[in-house]
Design a protein around this ligand. Sequence first.
Ligand SMILES: [Zn+2]
Length: 371
Amino acid sequence: METLAWMQAKLPEFLKDLEAFVRRESPSKDLKGLMEAAAFLEEAFGPLQGRLSRKDTPLGPILLLKREGEGAPVLVLCHYDTVHPRGSFPEPFRVERDRAVGPGVYDMKGGIVALLYALRHAEATGRKLPPLEILFTPDEEIGSKESRPLIEAAARKARAVLVLEPPTAEGDLKVARKGVGLYRLKALGKAAHQGVEPEKGVNAILELAHQIVRVAALEDREKGTTLGPNVVAGGTVSNVVAEEAWVEIDLRAWTLEEVKRVEEGLKSLTPILPGARLELSGGLNRPPMEPTAESLALFEKARTIGEALGLSLRPGRVGGGSDGNFTAALGVPTLDGLGLFGGDAHQKTEYVVVSEIPRRTALLAELLYAL
Ligand SMILES: [Zn+2]
């Protein structure tokens, strides 16, 4: 395929751009680093066709590249923050045999550079792209608080959403992601002197211990619904009956139906010890990304293109969330995992496979042409 040959010829240049981008370390909330990475994006994408605009937020700049055209646009989601504190890697970028290693190289700066080359390919060859809206966001790894309203507004008028998160470990695209909820259950009791009059107290830790067992019983592993009571705290000193205790619970589920079942279960918990009270707070951070006929049709397009490139892609399902969860929940066909092939996401050994870069980049370009 000609596109593949073009991408292969561009590989050395691609690696230089990837290195320049990855070297500008941009952990979430590190405003200086995020500004520098945003400046790279402006330099790289600015000269391309379309209008690049910028909105500064307390969590870093959000960039939008708009290319006009006929009909509803295709929305492309990219985040340029990473989970790695500055200086986590011995070197911010290195190539070892067939691996390029660096903070965010895989999740998802590599995907962003792939998009850059897909757009450059379109301009070099004059091939027609659909109207595009491309969002570059600085806060995905910390829940997309600032970006979410813009992502949802853009998705509502989009014909499809492509997410440049990396593919699964096996190289598959992502059509389903679990929803992610975070809840805090607090038990309130009554303090009393543990030695003098313990009978006047109500032990919040004991109350919470009973409740945690009930919370865990809401799991349904067969349906893939998990509940992790993973942080717990309570009490003050050992000779005072504990007045307060709380637990933080991580919920993951494939469907909204399961989320609702669990939430109802959490809300209907009642105190066991006389005089104890319970308070529940928190909620769903990212709704489940459930596959629909339209999103599977989008996947099928990508699969066919992949086949011509020698890739056998399957519709992957993963437990972690992305900004694709927001757009899929609005009913907009969403395909995720269109970034670069590699591994060790969120680890200090995060890498992309160099020899696979041209195929993944060609896949992205051809998919854009096909939309
Ligand atoms: Zn990511």
